[in-house]
Design a protein around this ligand. Structure first.
Ligand code: COA
Length: 374
């Protein structure tokens, strides 16, 4: 029988800097009242100059490994879901792999915008279900504050920075990820987009001048789309897991807008008290919002082994999807690990590898030079 992908570790990292609605109102023509009533957001976190998507992702990953009691060297797959990667390439996941010292892991980035964590969770779970890996790290990480036009009140009020991570491990018992629904509709690709910097519109003086390296959004249309698909995806994923909504203890939705979540809960006839909400404190952290909300729910004792949970999200693409999971727990038989110590080992290892690579190049050049002279 194929193994199940249990969720055995979870961790989050958010920047210390808080940007309140009141402070935003001194930067653009808006007000705390407007933002709160339209979105539910009161404040968001903003990365400091030395914080990046990879640094937040690394912190979240190490915390998730600590909960799971897993050594980074046992991780076989790292997926970083992000729309604000460290670079176009290499993948942010490779930088995280190096920084935590996951010496046996494959690593890649996945881009499905705010739905990315749902997609990544599904991909990692399928890798475990197929038997190709036993342990995986799934990370959602963003520094969208770097991609927002701080003069555009339509978008800059919404987004925040942060990262969240899950450890998935193979287990015999039927638990962990039970079903998934992944959907897309590229006909709505213009509704939420960062137009320039890719192959369609490479960076140029004009693209910078026209503000095309910032997030552009048709808020009203995204709102309409979101309320429709949250309900659909949830019902479909629950049915695929052979469950009914009565079996679900918690919904952990993408934290974009309180009104969107309330409308979805109403149409699902699901009590709002059992929808995890923390967008008032973090804003929309895109693909990081679901794992961050999950970590806080776990810390608050709202998740117990055996609980059935729906993770549901939507975003640019357009993309949307849902995962139904049975909440697991760290594998008790596992030995205690202290993954933060691995950060130091990883740094030393990475520095040595870089040095060796340089030496190797130098020796090659010397040998080549000598051969040429002979
Ligand atoms: N402060 C004050 N006024 C603002 C404003 C702000 N930050 N942003 C927009 N407005 C103004 C608009 O200019 C407009 O003024 P006008 O009527 O004079 O043109 C008015 O408020 C209403 O704008 P509208 O876009 O209709 O507001 P809305 O009720 O749809 O709320 C959003 C706007 C963005 C909050 C809402 O559409 C939304 O949340 N959409 C979903 C966005 C989202 O979740 N994106 C991420 C998906 S992952």
């Amino acid at each position: 029988m194929s193994p199940y992908a249990h969720i055995t570790g979870w961790g989050m990292a958010v920047p210390e800097r808080v940007l309140t609605n009141h402070e935003l109102a001194t930067m653009v023509d808006t007000s705390d009242e407007w933002i709160r009533t339209r979105t539910g957001i009161c404040e968001r976190r903003i990365a400091s100059e030395d914080q990046t998507t990879a640094s937040l992702a690394t912190e979240a990953a190490l915390r998730a490994l600590a909960v799971a009691g897993l050594n980074p060297a046992d991780v076989e797959l790292i997926i970083v879901s992000t729309s604000s990667p460290e670079h176009t390439f290499p993948a942010t996941a490779c930088i995280v792999q190096d920084r935590i010292g996951a010496t046996k892991a494959g690593a890649f980035d996945l881009l499905a915008a705010c739905t990315g964590f749902i997609y990544a969770l599904n991909m990692a779970a399928q890798s475990i279900r197929s038997g190709s890996v036993k342990n995986a790290l799934v990370i959602g990480a963003e520094t969208l504050s770097r991609l927002v036009n701080w003069q555009d009140r339509n978008t800059c009020i919404l987004f925040g920075d942060g990262a969240g991570a899950f450890v998935l491990q193979a287990g015999e018992e039927r638990s962990g990820v039970l079903s998934s629904v992944l959907r897309s509709d590229g006909s709505g690709s213009d509704l939420l987009t960062l137009p320039a910097g890719g192959s369609a519109l490479p960076a140029s003086l004009e693209t910078v001048r026209d503000g095309l390296h910032y997030i552009h959004m048709n808020g009203r249309e995204v709102f309409r789309f979101a309320t429709r698909v949250m309900t659909q995806a949830t019902l479909e994923a629950v049915a695929r897991a052979n469950l009914s909504m009565d079996d679900i203890q918690l919904i952990i939705p993408h934290q974009a807008n309180q009104r969107i979540i309330e409308m979805a809960a109403r149409s699902l006839n699901f009590p709002m008290e059992r929808c995890v909400m923390n967008l008032h404190r973090y804003g929309n952290t895109s693909t990081a919002s679901i794992p961050i909300a999950t970590c806080e729910a776990a810390q608050q004792g709202r998740l117990h082994p055996g609980d059935k949970v729906v993770f549901v999200g939507f975003g640019s693409g357009l993309t949307w999807g849902a995962v139904v999971a049975e909440w697991s727990a760290p594998f008790s038989a596992q030995r205690r690990e202290y993954p933060t110590r691995y950060r130091l080992y990883a740094r030393v290892r990475s520095a040595l590898l870089r040095l060796l690579r340089r030496l190797d190049t130098l020796i090659d050049a010397l040998v080549w030079d000598r051969r040429q002279r002979d």
